[in-house]
Design a protein around this ligand. Structure first.
Ligand code: ZN
Length: 496
């Protein structure tokens, strides 16, 4: 067997260990939220982490990489070698003790964070967050893939991206978003969101969300949908993708966030068979992943054509709330642009500002310019600067997101990159299929899905994000598409 085949087999086992770890985490999120003791689970997760680390860094891998470099490889094998080399070079720099400490701390910190958020008391979380930040700094120092620590962490989620590259993208958009929000809110004919203050039965919401993803071609033979407090998607094997839904937030969060998670799941489900169980069997970057989820959630799921099909069903499910509300008004209401405290419920225009806030804070935090203890205060003052409002408490402020508790620092910017990638890709889709939105009126979504599968999903991680966006759209990431999209869409909604 040649070196690349051996590497492929070796990493197939590593992938399976990742899937086992994902199962442990999925079970924890779906079934163990009420549990008090998580020590047992945290030890199991860190053991798997240790086994993965040992296998990735084994002497055999280093030797096989050197041998494989001399071989004549096809496109898939080259990409595989690129990703394996990357994993190896990263893992070899991290001592096993640090890896297991990060894994164990993340589980305990997640528990403290949950309690802190429930009680809106930052002090409960502070100590473990300090430890988490220190561990991430140490990790970035050891990895040293970029001159600055924050870029090293960003690169883990968006390979090839750096702080400077992202700042150059975000900085010019920031004032434009702030202005646009003000402009929309100066309209004398704003949409009315009072229908979302009404009660929507949780079981019915869940049932409808399942109905929708089924219609969007989510195959329940290869996946599940469960209820959780914080929605996410995870793969437990190639072709075993789990999505999660929450019904506890004001309507239509359950619907839009389920469509969002569907967008992640369908990406993973669309990866071609040849790549199953290989290191390439996953979306190529968090930003591209998010481009898919946010395209389905917002561009499709908040479009008028989508609701022309679905609204009568919603009126049947919730006649007491919706029977006298025309579809046009409902559609305007689900597109309200309003500065709000919670990122995941933010509209398409203010969402980017929530991300820019976290991006700027993370940079200063990792560079030691601000301390963990100062976070609540800095969060609130920056929030006012960007969104013009101040969170009433830390639960709706600095404590709202799970990411930092899990050690995911550098992850947030990928969300907004996803919006940018998504609108650029969708502009290309419309160029090729200008009448595509007419499909949605008929409840027909397979033309869009097949296009995305063909152009993006099937390739897994063969192409890096910057190569992929060029392949699909013919150019590098270009923020004009996003700005044009929001301008055209929301001027109509706000009748400006
Ligand atoms: Zn997402």
């Amino acid at each position: 067997m040649n070196a690349i085949k051996e590497l492929r087999e070796h990493f197939a086992e590593i992938m399976r260990l990742h899937y086992i770890q994902a199962l442990l985490s999925w079970d924890q999120e779906v079934n163990m939220m009420e549990y008090k003791g998580l020590e047992g689970r945290s030890k199991q997760v860190s053991l798997i982490e240790k086994l993965i680390h040992q296998r990735v860094t084994s002497e055999k891998v280093g030797r096989l990489i050197k041998e494989a470099e001399k071989l004549d490889l096809n496109e898939i094998e080259s990409a595989m070698l690129r990703e394996i080399t990357r994993e190896y070079n990263l893992a070899i720099k991290l001592p096993e003790k640090l890896v297991t400490e990060i894994a164990e701390t993340s589980i305990l910190a997640a528990k403290e964070w949950r309690e802190a958020r429930a009680k809106s008391d930052f002090s409960i979380f502070q100590k473990l967050l300090e430890k988490t930040v220190e561990l991430q700094k140490e990790k970035a120092e050891k990895l040293g893939t970029h001159p600055d620590l924050y870029s090293t962490l960003i690169d883990l989620y968006e390979p090839g991206a750096t702080y400077d590259w992202i700042a150059n993208i975000f900085n010019p958009i920031k004032p434009k978003l702030i202005d646009f929000v003000k402009k929309l809110n100066s309209s004398s004919d704003k949409p009315d969101g009072s229908i979302f203050k009404k009660h929507y039965d949780e079981d019915k919401q869940f049932e409808l969300s399942s109905k929708i993803i089924k219609k969007l071609n989510f195959d329940f033979g290869y996946g599940r949908q469960d209820k959780v407090t914080h929605p996410f998607t995870t793969s437990l094997a190639s072709m075993d993708v789990r999505i999660t839904t929450r019904t506890t937030e004001p309507f239509p969060d359950c619907i839009t966030s389920t469509i969002h998670e569907y967008g992640h799941a369908i990406y993973e489900m669309g990866i071609k068979k040849e790549l199953h169980d290989t290191i390439l069997c996953t979306g190529t970057s968090m930003g591209i992943h998010e481009s898919q989820s946010r395209m389905w959630e917002n561009i499709v799921g908040r479009s008028k054509e989508f609701w022309m099909y679905w609204y009568p069903t919603f009126q049947e499910y919730f006649p007491e709330n919706l029977k006298d509300v025309p579809m046009e008004e409902f559609h305007r209401a689900i597109n309200i642009v309003q500065p709000s405290f919670i990122r995941v419920n933010a509209d398409e225009v203010t969402y980017g500002l929530h991300i820019i806030l976290r991006f700027e804070i993370e940079k200063d935090l990792i560079e030691g310019k601000i301390q963990v203890s100062e976070l609540p205060e800095i969060w609130n003052s920056k929030f006012e600067e960007l969104l013009g409002i101040v969170p009433p408490n830390d639960a709706q402020g600095v404590l709202q997101d799970v990411h930092w508790s899990g050690g995911s620092i550098g992850y947030f910017p990928t969300y907004f990159l996803g919006n940018l990638y998504g609108t650029q890709i969708y502009a290309k889709v419309l160029e090729k299929m200008p009448n595509l939105p007419d499909d949605y009126k008929k409840g027909e979504f397979s033309n869009l899905l097949n296009y995305l599968k063909e152009e993006i999903h099937q390739f897994g991680s063969i192409y890096r994000a910057n190569d992929l966006i060029k392949r699909v759209t013919g150019e590098d990431l270009n923020t004009d598409y996003f700005l044009k999209y929001i301008e055209e869409k929301f001027k109509l909604i706000y009748r400006l």
